[in-house]
Design a protein around this ligand. Structure first.
Ligand code: CA2
Length: 190
C-alpha cells in the first residue's frame, strides 16, 4: 500500500543547476501538483488472487500502477490507499476532505467494497468531510446478488463508475478531474 506518491523526476535543468547562487523558492500552493486519492475498501487487497471470473486477474499493485499513469497524464499526484478497517477508511476520508479544502487535492475515487451496501458511517464521513467522490465498482453490481443492488454511498457521490472492470479506475480518475476543472472559474471555485 502506498500512502503518498512522489513527484515525477524533473526533466530539465533547474535554475540552481545553471547558476549555483540561484536557489529555487519552495513551490507556492497554487503551483504545487494537486493530488487525487484512490481509496479501496475491504478485501480489495485480494484482487487477482481469487474470483477472477468476477474481478479479473489484475492485482491491487497493478491497479495502483494504472492509476498512477492516469493521474500523471492529467498532471496529478496519486495517493493510493487500501484498508480492511472501517475506522481507518473514515480517517482517510476526513484527511482527504481537509486536503480538498486546503486546495491540495481534487478529491477521491472510492471503491468501498461491501461497505457500499450498508455502511452509514462511511456515507456520513464523506458527507461530513464534503469530500468529492466518484464511487467505483469493478463488477456490474446490478447484475449480481440483490444485496449488491443498493448503495448507501451513491447519494453522497458526485458520480458513479460501475462494471468497466479495473479500467474503470482510470475512467473515474478522469471523471473526478473533469468535475474539478468544470467547478473552477479562473482558478476560483464557483
Ligand atoms: O465490484 C466491486 O468493485 C465491488 O465493490 C467489490 C466488493 C463487493 O463487495 C461489491 O459488492 C462490489 C468486493 C471486493 C472483494 O474483492 C475480492 C477480490 C478477489 C477475491 C475476493 C474478493
Amino acid at each position: 500500500m502506498s500512502r503518498a506518491a512522489g513527484r515525477p523526476p524533473s526533466t530539465g535543468r533547474s535554475a540552481s543547476a545553471i547558476h549555483p547562487s540561484i536557489h529555487p523558492l519552495p513551490l507556492a500552493k497554487e503551483d504545487a501538483m494537486p493530488s487525487v486519492t484512490v481509496i479501496n475498501g475491504p478485501n480489495l487487497n485480494l484482487l487477482g488472487t481469487r474470483k477472477p471470473e468476477v474481478y479479473g486477474h489484475t492485482t491491487i499493485a497493478d491497479v495502483e500502477e494504472l492509476c498512477r499513469k492516469e493521474a500523471g497524464g492529467l498532471g496529478l499526484d496519486l495517493v493510493f490507499l487500501q484498508s480492511n478497517y472501517e475506522g481507518q477508511l473514515i480517517d482517510w476520508i476526513h484527511e482527504t476532505g481537509a486536503a480538498v479544502k486546503a486546495g491540495t487535492s481534487i478529491g477521491a475515487v472510492y471503491n468501498p467494497g461491501a461497505h457500499t451496501h450498508y455502511s452509514y458511517a462511511i456515507r456520513d464521513a464523506i458527507e461530513g468531510a464534503s469530500l468529492p467522490v466518484i464511487e467505483l465498482h469493478i463488477s456490474n453490481v446490478h447484475a449480481r446478488e440483490d444485496f449488491r443492488h443498493h448503495s448507501v454511498i451513491s447519494p453522497v457521490a458526485r458520480g458513479i463508475v460501475v462494471g468497466f472492470g479495473v479500467p474503470g479506475y482510470a475512467l473515474a480518475i478522469t471523471g473526478i478531474h473533469r468535475l474539478h476543472e468544470s467547478s473552477l472559474v479562473s482558478g476560483v471555485r464557483k
